[in-house]
Design a protein around this ligand. Structure first.
Ligand SMILES: [Zn+2]
Length: 382
């Protein structure tokens, strides 16, 4: 992918791929054998064999495998079984929602560069850098869905065919012939994937079909929105000069706008807290007190007693449903001495508990703290 992040970083990764000296491969060889055993896609063998009714697929797989071999020689795969299992679990959920039956495989590469990409034939790569940036499964799924669409719709090969002024069929012949041009075009195919140098139209298709897959697989669709917002945030941190040669790509702001419009057209409300892992409620009791928390901070508490527990449990259920990053300050309001979010009752005065005014103030503080953790979003935008 790296559909998403700053072009400069993509470029660095591409340069690393194309130019990293051979000795690095030798140096990593021992580590790699071990890493491959742990990180190479275990479900591959178990997955259904490639669809025989898709005559192009085996050629795409072969092209993908050749590019893959070059990448794996240069970059160490990580041996992080937990992260690999997590990515495979996400892959399993998304796979049924692609148009073609490609036996996808996902690999983890150890580098701080934030990137993900997919080679023709369904070889998906995530870097440890992007795993660190995206905390939740739903955001990882949004990235993966986008990348899978690139392979599903043959975007990489379409780009290579276009830049070599040839057809997809003729390109496959050249690539698989082993002729003098093959390595050059193969490097080109890999570079397009790694730097996400697809055309605006193909990027838009990957975003839109990726969002469809996200919705169909049951992940919170707002993940596509928070993802773009994070990329906008990352792009703001990059010096402008790094964008130069990728000026023809749609920026994250535009992609964000498209995702928001699509959700709006589908009647799906934007709810960022799940894909960000924020505004999480909790309940805890000490010897004397019972407390309701949001992201670890106490928002309402009282003397440890059955009435307190009942009030806190009720309030918690309402907050889980109704406390959203997108609330306007006046949505959390007092009516006749009771606290409401919209027209849902959150809490009434209870003897031995903090006042509902204090509860309201604490909720507003928790909301503010959550929004500060994801400052790029326009929360109150209609
Ligand atoms: Zn892309």
């Amino acid at each position: 992918m790296r559909p998403f992040l700053s072009r400069g970083l993509c470029l660095l990764l591409a340069v690393a791929f194309l130019a990293q000296p051979v000795y690095a491969a030798a140096k990593n060889a021992a580590k790699k054998t071990e890493a491959r055993m742990a990180a190479a896609p275990s479900p591959a063998a178990a997955r259904d064999a490639a669809d025989r009714s898709d005559p192009d697929l085996e050629k795409e797989r072969e092209i993908g495998r050749r590019a893959l071999a070059q990448i794996e020689e240069r970059w160490p795969l990580t041996s992080d079984p937990a992260a690999t299992a997590r990515l495979n679990m996400i892959l399993d959920r998304l796979e049924p929602h692609m148009e073609r039956r490609i036996p996808y495989e996902v690999r983890l590469v150890s580098t701080d560069v934030q990137n993900a990409f997919c080679l023709p034939g369904g070889y998906i790569f995530f870097t440890t850098g992007i795993m660190d940036l995206l905390k939740t499964d739903s955001e990882l799924a949004a990235v993966m869905a986008h990348e899978m669409v690139h392979a599903d719709r043959k975007h990489g090969l379409k780009m290579a065919a276009q830049s070599n002024k040839t057809t997809l069929a003729a390109l496959a012949v050249v690539l698989l012939s082993g002729g003098a041009l093959a390595p050059v075009i193969l490097a080109q195919v890999a570079q397009v994937a790694i730097t996400n140098a697809y055309s605006i139209e193909l990027e838009a298709e990957a975003d839109s079909r990726g969002l469809d897959a996200l919705i169909a697989s049951g992940y919170p669709p707002t993940a596509m929105v928070t993802l773009m917002e994070k990329f906008m945030d990352e792009e703001l941190k990059q010096p402008i000069r790094e964008y130069g040669i990728y000026m023809n790509h749609p920026d994250s702001r535009k992609r964000l706008q498209m995702a928001l419009e699509k959700l709006h057209d589908l009647g799906i409300p934007v709810r960022r807290k799940h894909s960000l892992g924020l505004l999480r409620t909790g309940f805890r009791e000490t010897k004397r007190r019972a407390e309701l928390t949001v992201d670890g901070a106490v928002v309402w508490s009282g003397k440890r007693a059955p009435e307190t527990r009942t009030a806190l449990e009720r309030a918690r259920a309402v907050l889980d449903e109704d406390l959203q990053m997108e609330l306007a300050p006046y949505d959390v309001h007092l009516v006749g001495g009771s606290l409401y979010i919209g027209n849902h009752l959150v809490g009434e005065p209870v003897k031995g508990m903090d006042s509902v005014e204090v509860f309201r103030q604490n909720l507003l503080k928790a909301l503010d703290a959550a929004r500060r953790k994801h400052p790029t979003a326009k929360y109150f935008q209609p």
